[in-house]
Design a protein around this ligand. Structure first.
Ligand code: ADP
Ligand code: ZN
Length: 817
């Protein structure tokens, strides 16, 4: 009897491919294992076995596989089901999903580069002969291709050898290895408590009268604290007093001064004992109870809790329950919120059981996490991860938490699969027979709509933990301020006043500006021309730090121009403003304070965010200027004021979600203010203080925002009332893409009528020299999604049969953002 397998190839082809296997192989192979297979004329691919059967393919003659790469399945049955769902729902191929799901190191291809792992010392005696030959060769040559390795060991079957070398960490596959980042701990000093009273200080100074140098140090410290009202660094004290560090040390030894680190309340996981989780307050207790109750009747529950209401501690209790029943937990977060803050907090409760997974991990780290999750290792019980962690090979999930569920970064934009991690997580939970908890202070309209329709349960926490007041939000009318000449640059007198007060009290400030760079656009004062990107249909952005003009779409950059390219006039001016410009202005307004900046430009690299966050936490900066990165669930104790430089550029963004997003962003940034002590203050500068969204933000009125926005979504037939599929066509020849989009629009309209919009030019209609056209398909709730998609696929197929259109790229984005 002949045996065959259907396999998934990591390429965008519609069908599964069938290969022939031997009787012996058939006894060994299981779905979910990898096999190396020949494809086309000379390619070799890693494929995943989908099923075994005895039916030869009709159209072609089945080739034989090269070899089996695994001893046991590395992809579970549940995953294979999820992949099918994703391909089907998001209109892509299973190969697209496979490529996104598997760590790169699992997909060995003919082109894969192998190099020596320089971070690990390998003894020759640890290597088998074949392995040694390869390892030895890597001493002479920095990298090898699979074919080179085939030549070296003179065998066809090299994958098992490579796999063993990977397991021994002797080699790496096409990957940089990053250094591990440890937050730098800054030393602070203070007087021991008994010396801080008036009498205590007096007594101390007398006691030290015969040690004048030590006395001077104590005096300096006292003056510094009185002046800055902030924690004093050892380095500042050394500088102010002129004393040597040995004098300071002797004061510490005498128990007059005390050294400390600001991070002390964050428990570093030390591999041994862990902390008990916190006792919940009555609101949290009630929320926990309600969540469990709604889970009895619902697959999904939304926890709508205001910022700093202590949602995380509620999650912790649910995680404890799941762990007690030997289950795994997936805790999904937007990439940016995955900071040391949260990781340390969870590690303090769950110790070694916590595994973190995000996109900046190296191939090695990814494989390690994959294997730990697959084997249900005690090290991978709680998986804290960004979007792509929904792809991990969970054995037995007992709960999925999607925190900050409203975040649009959960939606993958490019490449396919263009999935939404929140929605996919819900399907994944379903496949595991378990529940999903969504959490947010500002839920997406999608989720709240599902609540209103009875699909999701709803649980609310309306108070901040410890009854800390919600921040006091004040709207500042900058049109009026401008008229009365009360603006300095982009700062109103009101904002400067509040900043001065906050700084004098020794508190920190966050300034939010929704754009990075110095100033988005450079414009000629004479002819109005602004420099454009040669590859994209956008103006270039000025970055003063490098004195460059940059394109935010394709990365193109040139030196800042000295005169206008159109008319030659040297009067180039900057219009609008970004984070860099705000930073500059703050430096001029508050020269005695430290300013930091957090945006895409300052947070590159694996630990980019952490470095800035840690520095701000440790009060190395007084003012932090940033983009929306600042909104993501950060918990800074000492921030008393949040300033929003300009709310209008958020509100006026040309997108049907702009108002919803403005509400979410502004509420989230505001939520960073006053999380512990006194009530925080938020100042929102705007030209339009009567805008409904701003009124709703300042009164924390989510319901009003929801109602008003939903009316618009009903009226204009947008999600969540209608589903949206966006088709993007791309080509470097404008006429071709134009004709193709007209053809496609007409064909779609014949089936879907008025529910088809376009073709239209997107706001940026040329990117990297490719012209774009968009077509939107709106799907009413009653209409079957499956049927609709079938019709679309059929139209696409006829589209591809038009010779002229074959080179046009067609991109489907289901539930587009
Ligand atoms: P959210 O996620 O809702 O914004 P957090 O879970 O970050 O809120 O909680 C806000 C702050 O309150 C954190 O500093 C947290 O440690 C503290 N907190 C919350 N719940 C408790 C509790 N039950 N006991 C002690 N501290 C708590
Ligand atoms: Zn560009």
């Amino acid at each position: 009897m002949l045996h065959f397998i259907d396999v998934i190839l990591p390429i965008p082809v519609e069908n599964l491919f069938t290969y022939e296997i031997t009787e012996a192989e058939a006894g060994f192979i299981k779905p979910g294992m990898r096999v190396a297979v020949p494809f086309g004329k000379s390619k070799v691919y890693t494929a995943i076995v989908k099923r075994l059967h005895q039916n030869p393919p009709q159209i072609y003659e089945a080739k034989q596989i090269h070899q089996i790469l695994d001893e046991y399945p590395i992809v579970t049955d549940t995953q294979l089901k999820l992949w099918d769902w994703m391909a089907n729902y998001y209109l892509c191929t299973v190969g697209d999903v496979m490529r996104a799901a598997l760590p790169n190191a699992f997909i060995l291809e003919s082109e894969t580069l192998i190099s020596k792992n320089n971070n690990k010392v390998i003894q020759d005696s640890d290597l088998k002969d074949d392995e040694f030959l390869i390892y030895e060769a890597l001493h002479h040559q920095s990298s090898l291709r699979i074919q080179d390795i085939v030549d070296i060991v003179d065998k066809k079957q090299v994958f098992p050898i490579i796999k063993r070398l990977l397991e021994k960490e002797a080699i790496v596959v096409e990957e940089e290895v990053f250094e591990k980042y440890k937050p730098k701990l800054v030393k602070y000093v203070k007087l021991q408590a008994q010396h801080t009273t008036q009498d205590g200080l007096q007594a101390l100074l007398e006691e030290l009268s015969r040690a004048p140098k030590q006395r001077d140090v104590v005096m300096s410290l006292f003056q510094l604290s009185a002046k800055t009202k902030k924690a004093i660094k050892v380095s500042e004290l050394t500088e102010a007093s002129g004393a040597s560090s040995s004098i300071i040390k002797s004061l510490i030894d005498k128990a007059i001064l005390e050294e400390y680190f600001i991070q002390t309340d964050r428990v570093e996981f030390n591999g041994k004992d862990s902390e008990d989780s916190k006792a919940l307050n009555p609101e949290q207790e009630e929320a926990l109870f309600q969540i469990k109750k709604t889970f009895e009747t619902h697959q999904v529950t939304l926890l709508h809790g205001v910022t700093s209401s202590g949602k995380t501690e509620v999650y912790v209790k649910l995680i404890e329950d799941a762990l007690k029943s030997e289950k795994q937990v997936l805790y999904l977060l937007p990439e940016i919120a995955l900071t040391t803050q949260l990781v340390n907090r969870l590690q303090s409760y769950f110790g070694e059981q916590v595994t973190v997974f995000h996109s900046k991990y190296s191939a090695h780290e990814r494989v390690e996490v994959w294997n730990n999750v697959l084997t249900n290792s005690p090290k991978a019980k709680v998986i804290l991860g960004a979007r792509s962690s929904i792809f991990l090979p969970f054995r037995s999930l007992g709960l999925i938490i999607v925190d900050e569920e409203h975040e649009q970064s959960f939606k993958q934009f490019d490449p396919a699969p263009r999935y939404h991690a929140r929605d996919t997580a819900i399907v994944l939970a379903h496949l595991h027979g378990t529940k999903t908890l969504l959490g947010s202070a500002t839920p997406s309209l999608e989720s709240y709509f599902n609540v209103k329709q009875g699909k999701y349960g709803l649980v609310e926490i309306t108070k901040r933990y410890n009854n800390v007041l919600m921040p006091d939000i004040e709207l500042v009318d900058i049109k009026d301020k401008q008229k009365r000449k009360l603006m300095k640059g982009h700062f109103s007198d009101r904002l400067i006043e509040a900043m001065t007060e906050t700084l004098e009290e020794g508190h920190q400030i966050i300034l939010f500006q929704n754009r990075r760079g110095f100033s988005p656009i450079v414009e000629c004062n004479t002819c109005g021309h602004s420099p454009q990107c040669p590859n994209c249909d956008v103006s270039l952005t000025f970055h003063s730090y490098r004195n460059q003009l940059r394109c935010h779409y394709c990365g193109h950059h040139t030196a800042m121009l000295l005169k206008c390219q159109a008319c030659g006039d040297p009067g180039l001016d900057t219009k609008g403003f970004g984070t860099e410009q705000i930073e500059e202005e703050v430096k001029h307004l508050f020269p005695n304070y430290k300013v930091g900046r957090m945006d895409l430009d300052t947070t590159r690299g694996k630990y980019g965010y952490e470095k800035i966050i840690t520095a701000f936490e440790q009060q190395e900066m007084d003012i932090l200027v940033g983009t929306q990165m600042l909104t993501k669930g950060l918990d800074f104790r000492n921030v008393a004021l949040v300033g929003i430089m300009n709310a209008d550029n958020l509100l006026n963004f040309p997108d049907f979600r702009a108002h919803e997003r403005s509400y979410q962003l502004l509420s989230q940034v505001s939520g960073r203010a006053g999380r512990t002590e006194k009530q925080g203050k938020v100042l929102i500068q705007t030209y339009n203080p009567y805008h409904n969204i701003l009124q709703q933000v300042s009164t924390n009125n989510y319901e009003a925002m929801y109602k008003e926005q939903m009316d618009e979504r009903y009226n204009f037939k947008y999600p969540p009332v209608y589903r949206l599929i966006r088709v993007t066509l791309k080509h470097k020849d404008f006429n071709r893409v134009n004709n193709a989009s007209i053809w496609l629009g007409t064909a779609l309209r014949q089936v879907f009528g008025d529910y088809v919009l376009g073709p239209v030019d997107p706001p940026v209609s040329r990117i990297r020299n490719q012209f774009h056209k968009n077509i939107m398909i709106k799907i009413p709730q009653k209409q079957s999604l499956g049927g609709t998609k079938k019709a679309i696929v059929k139209i696409n197929n006829s589209f591809m049969n038009v010779k002229d259109f074959r080179s046009v790229r067609l991109i489907m984005n289901v539930d587009a953002y």
